[in-house]
Design a protein around this ligand. Sequence first.
Ligand code: SF4
Length: 545
Amino acid sequence: MRAPSAAHPFGTDRQGRDLFAAMVAGTPLTLRIGFIAGFLGVGIGAMLGFVSAYYRGTLDAVIRGVVDIGLTVPGLLVLIIIAVSLRRGLTVDQMAIIVASLAWLNPARTIRAQVLSMRERGYVEVARLSGMSGPEIIVKELMPNLLPYLAATLVNSVSAAILASIGLEVLGLGPIDSPTLGMTLYWVNFNAALSRADRDHPGRLSRSLLPHGGPGRDRQPQAAESDLTTDVLSVRDLCVHYDTPLGAVKAADHVTFGLRAGERLGIAGESGSGKSTMALAILRMIKPPGRIAAGEVKLDGVDLMTLSDEEMRRVRLDRIALIPQGSMNALNPVIRIKEQIADALRDHRVRMSARETETRVRELLESVGLRAEVADMFPHELSGGMKQRACIAIAISLSPRVIIADEPTSALDVVVQKQVMETLARVQENLGASVILVGHDMGLMAQFVDRLGVMYAGKLIEVSPVREIFTRPLHPYTRMLIASLPSLEQKGTFRGIPGLIPLLRDLPPGCAFHPRCPQAFDRCLTEEPALLEKHPGGWAACHLT
Ligand code: SF4
């Protein structure tokens, strides 16, 4: 999703592909749809228009009736219905035929009107009297006179067909496997939605998050099971799907873990691994086209997935709070900080006088290391670190049981990053809350969390106490993530993980990591590894371990 640059004039998509190249490749395909649909539409329309106007009578009434009804119904709606019923395996030519199915209506009506005005002219009457048949008169006398009009109609029809096809494709109803202009737009939009829901960033960790129980017998490979009697938060088989014409893309796939009271759990992984999606799903904040397809999220024994929208709205902030990434965007720039904190309190019907609210706001600000005067300031007057602390102040305003921090230090420099994390650690300890830290910074995870979960392609693939995971990681992917950290011993040497995270809509069979795994063997190509406890507290999904 790179922005436009000299190398990529239109930027790139989520997989790094050049969008200008996609447009160049897609233009001939879209033109093909336009020309096929335009020629078919004008051809059929002209034939019916000629016949209808020349012969009149019952035939004319029938054709005119069909055309009038056809033009009354919203064309795009009809095309959507046709495309939806045929969309699987649709080709470019079939797409053109779908568009042409309505493209003949307008030409039929306008050409009929033209022929009506011409059929009474003298030369047509002469032809008729000279014994020429109806089809002969149409072909030899009428058509040549209408050629300029047909050419103009054709141009209009081609451009209308192109617009109609792009309209359908942007809705995901086009030839999925062809990079037409509309399908390119569809996938760009789709990937942008995925990226928004799953913005990835680095993070780090500190105490114990690992599962106690074993995965259920009838369930799919999972992350860390939890002891439901002691866990504050219990996530089981959480699945988030993004619906596409090719089927559901699984952005989070049967994610299971538990969070203990006072625990700090890190969730790490590359961009697109599903960690932010999973965090937002816990808060029921997934937006369409995403949806929570299955799973259970119990907070103190109450399944959040069964609450009404209003009940869930009250639980957020009060029982489980989010510290979002990008504090710049999370705070309203034209409302003073104190109003934004007070708004959260009022929204949850906390009854306080104006003076008590003012006092509470100042207490909250001081608890996150901000001066009381910050209450009267606007967000644009604060630095990035101060804004992030203001977000933490809002998140803890109702003393939640669980705080989810989604890349809370992204875009901050390392010094401010450290201060913000120290603030978060302090307020968490004061509240006795549990924290889920989502991020991709393994160094940060190492310093902050108790247990660390690693996600890959929508699944938890390892969960271990942080000390364990850094000293004896169980999964090859975790090992490579740790090895990619800059080291003092190997200054200037950076070892990234080769290859890209796979497309969620096109995951490889077997272990999803096998195309990038240096230790992959035959079994990895066909059999998906289950998440199993490899040693007490250490869970991994890998055939090797
Ligand atoms: Fe590598 Fe195979 Fe383990 Fe997957 S299951 S991480 S491919 S060794």
